[in-house]
Ligand binder design. Sequence first.
Ligand code: M6R
Length: 622
Amino acid sequence: MLPKSNIVYFDMCGIVGYIGSRDAFPILVKGLKRLEYRGYDSAGVALLSETNQLNVYKVKGKVSGLEEYVEGKDISGTIGIAHTRWATHGEPSQTNAHPHLSASGQLALIHNGIIENYTVLKEKLQKKGYTFKSSTDTEVLIQLIGYIKESGNFDLLTAVRLALKEVIGAYAIAVIDKNNPDEVIVARKSSPLVIGIGENEFFIASDATPIIEYTDQVVYLEDEDIAILRRGEPLKVVDFSNVELNLEVKTTELNLGQLEKGGFPHFMLKEIIEQPDCLKDCMRGRLRVQENEVILSAIIDHKDQLIQAKRFIIIACGTSWHAGLIGRQLLENFCRIPVQVEYASEFRYSNPVVGEGDVVIAISQSGETADTLAAVELARQKGAFIYGICNAVGSSIPRSTHTGSYIHVGPEIGVASTKAFTGQVTVLALLALTLAQVKGTISGEELKEILKELEVLPEKMKKALDANEQIAFLSKIFTYAHNFIYLGRGYNYPVALEGALKLKEISYIHAEGYPAAEMKHGPIALIDAEMPVVVIATRNSLYEKLLSNVQEIKARKGRAIAIVSEGDKTISGIADYSIELPETLEALDPLITTIPLQLMAYHIAVCKGKDVDHNPGIWQSQ
Ligand code: M6R
């Protein structure tokens, strides 16, 4: 069963806030610790002290480091906001950590999400003489609120309302004002925020985890809600036009264990289910459907190096390498640039022919994989231009590259890479489309068709996730299989490899991924009534070929599990089981077809009683 709709699905940073009669600091720190499961790289707190000082303390690193940092400092106050940051704009550092302050130092703000138009807003403020200490989008927002408040002589609520009207993007924010120790203003859009209602006190958090030990009465803010939390007054919520809204106070029945994983039994399932939201975050600000263009800011200053490249060499390990195989097809198809894909662990020891004129694309979720990092260093020394595609901001690989793009899917905590894979494929697609635009190797019509499809893909992913219950059922049937074969062709061949890797990694079942046509060159001998064969056979240019493959499997009495497009009758009619998925463009198919394979690996591992989120293998090879 998937969790109910009011459960938080996805967000990166952690927000905690408090206003009431208790000391705020211990509540805030405990709350941040409760949110540590989300992953973060820095932490900070802002407190309005008994003497009306606004004290802000921030550290790069752990919440425990923050506790050490404040030793001997003034942490008094019954109102405060606190934050754990997962870097999206600017490296992890004390300066970039939240809270951020307005120019006058009167206002402090914490923020989850991404302000898409922050460069435009920043330039506007710079023209008015504002300067910025950090590289964050968040500082731009608080400076904007401060500017509006001071120039219009508005109260904080009005300033926040007017500022948010100018903002494009996703946010959950909490703001305090040094001159008003009795009020916190919070707001949200596309980024979750929960308010806990206690006895003359309020708690704020990005999910209910930090709140439930104090109260079970919670309000989940809706998009574009602004909440006013004032001492001695009931909670009030208004919209952007200051019209008061009705509140729905809910009684939460969740316990702490459930909440840490957003109500899911495992991080892996949570991360699979998050993918539609991750996809949106990954494309946010990059996809401009109306203008028929893709903007990857990393490319702007390096266009020439990239389009004049004599070839691309993609280096990566594991799942990231599979994303690289899809990247090769995307780049070759759309940009007509030759691409080779190498295991970083082989590349680094192979005395590779690489040098000036080559562009190396390093793909890594963690940004810390030792082989990938070493391969990057080697290619760099030999004169190649390095482009990184990573998730963990400020990690070693992005720091070693000339430029690159983050996938922005949030921390991946489960050992099996899921949302990072779809994020990597998405960025590779955006990279291919950006370069194809510049090179003129794609027509305006074709580009439009792909961009429109990318825009609706999160919804299609959601539909693909509807197969969860069916897959959970199927997984029970196949739990006792000792071997699995996964077959795919074209864009879905790497998906077959990825499906097999997922199964091996978490269920400990031997599995092989193959390009479907290769089956007849030997592996077909393995197929008998004991062998489940997963065939990715969605409706595309290779459909007829895959139909023949399924017929061959059935001729050998193999058990065919077909991944097909909605409404398919032909292959579904032959296969033992079929899982229907929404149809998409062939080049984007992996973003949909990967989902049932992730779910199947997950459910089989659960049925086998395996520790889904961890494995004892060596993760970082040397
Ligand atoms: O962090 P990276 O993307 O560099 O990690 C590479 C592999 O270790 C990783 O993708 C691994 O294969 C996954 N855990 C598989 O699910």
